[in-house]
Design a protein. Structure first.
Length: 389
């Protein structure tokens, strides 16, 4: 059986007034409420109540945005603080480096001022130099400085720093020179005790060992801490320069000499700026020892106050080995010559005797017939040489 749908919509789908009617109705109500509120303020309390009720809701709605903004500010501030912290660390490191450099420069300036004071004492005879590097041989205490023969530096010149003696120039080249430190085992320097004036000889003992005072009697008045200064007796070192302080004193009555060690005052292992002192005026020649002789005066020809010319012959039958004086190299009280062996120069220590004109007698070290280098100059052991006759 077929049933027909009703023409009117069911109550569930009933829409009521049309949207236009609703708009007009609510519009009129709004205008009326606005007029009444403006005129008589009827809705002020209602608004206050609604605002109080809705305030927590507004805060809750704004909370996520506030949290996000706070987090963004936090991380931005952290990044800014981190960057500022890194910049401050960098500035602090730069300031520290500058401060250390300033302290080092101040110390260097102080050392240079001290060198200038020493230089003023030796006006015209002092040359300022800088240390280039140390020697390559670990068993020798040597330095190489930045000036040589072209600057007027000669072998044998004394080398000092602001505190005292450092060593001696032992070899020169056109633009550099070699300095042997006073701690070298082959270096010897005449000194005296500033307190008592007692003279001695200080000899180097090599790397890692303190120099020693040689040939000092156990009864000599030497105390720990005594200052040793140059005596000036060798004509190389000016008199009165500080050398070392006595470190240890060992006296054994059973030994001929005391064992005394000293600590160098000069910066033999640290100074970078040095002064090279020109050699002082040569000492006058040593006077000849007087000779006494007994002569028979049978005929009475010799009378008191008269003068006579005599020739004294000593060991006329002895054969002597003589070499030119220029062949002998003297350094720190040691004498040596260079002999030619297998086409190379070999250094040999010698002991000399009498001198006759431009020749000197060799008592030990060289045998008759050995070829000797007559003018070694800056010759070094091991260099090739040619023998000419």
């Amino acid at each position: 059986m077929v049933s027909h749908l009703p023409a009117e919509p069911p109550a569930f789908f009933h829409r009521g007034p049309s949207p236009a009617a609703r708009l007009v109705f609510f519009g009129l109500i709004s205008i009326a409420l606005l007029f009444l509120d403006t005129r008589y303020s009827y809705l002020e309390q209602v608004r206050q109540a609604v605002a109080i009720v809705l305030h927590p809701v507004q805060r809750a709605a704004a909370l996520p945005a506030a949290v996000l903004a706070g987090l963004a500010d936090h991380f931005a501030s952290k990044r800014a603080l981190s960057a500022e912290n890194e910049a401050l660390k960098l500035r602090l490191a730069e300031a520290g480096a500058k401060a250390q450099g300033a302290a080092s420069l101040a110390q260097e300036n102080e050392r240079l001022r001290s060198l200038l004071e020493i230089r003023s004492r030796f006006e015209g005879r002092a040359i300022a130099v800088a240390v280039l590097y140390t020697g390559r041989d670990a068993f020798q205490q040597k330095l190489v400085i930045d000036k040589g023969r072209d600057a007027g530096i000669a072998a044998g010149a004394a080398v000092v720093d602001a505190d005292g003696i450092v060593g001696q120039v032992t070899r020169t080249y056109p633009y550099v020179a070699e300095v042997t430190l006073l701690t070298d085992k082959d270096h010897v320097i005449p000194v005296k005790l500033e307190r008592s004036g007692a003279r001695a000889v200080m000899a180097g003992a090599g790397a890692g060992r303190a120099p020693e005072l040689r040939y000092v009697s156990p009864s000599t008045d030497v105390r720990i801490g005594d200052l040793l200064v140059t005596s000036g007796l060798d004509g190389t070192y000016p008199q009165g320069l500080a050398v070392a302080r006595v470190a240890t004193v060992e006296r054994d009555t059973g030994q001929m000499f005391a064992r005394i060690t000293a600590t160098p005052i000069g910066g033999v292992d640290r100074s970078e700026q040095l002064l090279v002192l020109a050699r002082s005026e040569p000492l006058p020649p040593r006077p000849e020892d007087p000779v006494e002789a007994e002569v028979a005066n049978r005929d009475g020809r010799l009378r008191p106050g008269s003068f006579a010319r005599a020739e004294i012959v000593v060991e006329a039958d002895r054969t002597a080995v003589m070499v030119p004086v220029s062949a002998v190299v003297t350094f720190a009280g040691l004498e040596k010559v260079f002999v030619a062996k297998d086409g190379k120069a070999v250094e040999q220590r010698i002991r000399t005797g009498r001198r006759s004109g431009d020749r000197v007698e060799i008592l030990e070290g060289v045998a008759a017939g050995e070829p000797v280098v007559t003018d070694p100059g800056n010759l070094v052991g091991g260099m090739p040489v040619t023998v000419t006759r």
